[in-house]
Design a protein around this ligand. Sequence first.
Ligand code: MV4
Length: 451
Amino acid sequence: MFSKLLIANRGEVALRVLRSARELGIATVAVYSTADAEGLWVKLADEAVCIGPAPSTQSYLNQSAIIAAAKGTGAEAIHPGYGFLAENAAFSDLCAAEGIKFIGPTGAAILTMGNKSAARLAAVRAGLPVVPGSDGAVESAADAARFAEAAGYPVLIKASAGGGGKGMRRVDDPAEMASQFAAAKAEAAAAFGDDTVYLEKLLEHAKHIEFQIICDAHGGGVSLFERDCSTQRRHQKLIEEAPSSVLTPAEREEMGAAALRLAAAVDYEGAGTVEFLYAGPGQYYFMEMNTRVQVEHPVTEAICGLDIVAEQIRVAAGLPLSVTQAELGQPRGHAFEFRINAEDPRADFRPSPGTITRYVVPGGYGVRVDTALTQGAQIPPYYDSMVAKLICFGLSRAEALARGRRALEEFIIEGVETTIPFHVKMLQQPAFIDGSVTTDYVEEQAGDWSL
Ligand code: MV4
């Protein structure tokens, strides 16, 4: 087992990793930008290294500064968290070259899954169902129109180097194909430095169902069941839940096995998430694979009784997984995660940085708050707006929902606007209560809410 671990991240996920490392008896090294010097994770770490000024490119994305901090403190491993360098293949390879264990998959696995067209090809080869799509990249608007004619409109033009909804364009009509195709390529070139695009038939009113898997270095792997992440706004997840309210045990087993087949095909090591679009019984299709631990992992921890970050560290140290698929059985209970962002839901969710003047955290059985917030904390404008995650567990979905409503009412954050009012309203919606929300719900239904 490692004796010292560097956490190459900030905020709630840095604290999350620090806690699991400490419980495993591992010394912790925090890194921070000049804007984060007072961060809770900086204070709680055994050692802390300032890696640069506030802008991410000069701090949390500064690979050489992070490697230097690891070498300077003698850290044997680096946990990247999510975001920043978590899915940066070059950084994974750089750690390996420097003899530092990257807590995550190899650069090769990250590269394959980071190219959404290559990921789709790997999925087809591993026998996963995919939505009807072009075989690889589409070079011209004429080819794109031919695909769309055959598959039927509407179609999606997707950037191979995109993902998470970035670089996606919907085309409903042949007349707009040429302009949308050109715009999609230009947008992909500008955003990712790669204008390669591919096409898929658009699957409307589908759910975003993703499977958490974790693989050890000895060919072992388990499915930790699914999460329903359909409550999204402009591809930003707002509420996640586990398990979904739609899968049958047979679908759960089938989709989990498919996710593990895809992982095996790329010699995957560590925690990963395989995303599916779910359009009804037996109608599920591979979308993407994320090669990092995700923001929403706590809802899976709640229904599995497992510390996923501790498992990541264990498998990176060459230990076998702590649990077998047989021991996991079926999900136990139900959990929701509500993302508390410093954004104003009354003003198009625009960021709301500032100082926390009042802060009261909910508690009680089945309530977990993952945050680095403290009274008087500054929320800087440089980073992602998520400041806390409220996770509520219950033996049934109804119990978890009631607990979520109660905890959201208790949660007080003043000094900045937050998404709490959005969550309170969402939990009153019949479509949410009956579990039928799909990926288009928030855009179609919640756009004109008066909160
Ligand atoms: C799709 C899709 C429907 N049809 N592909 C969004 C980002 C990445 N996970 C892939 N995504 C989707 N791909 C086909 N062929 C629906 C989504 C999707 C989505 C799309 C629009 C708005 C919100 C969304 C949330 C999750 C998934």
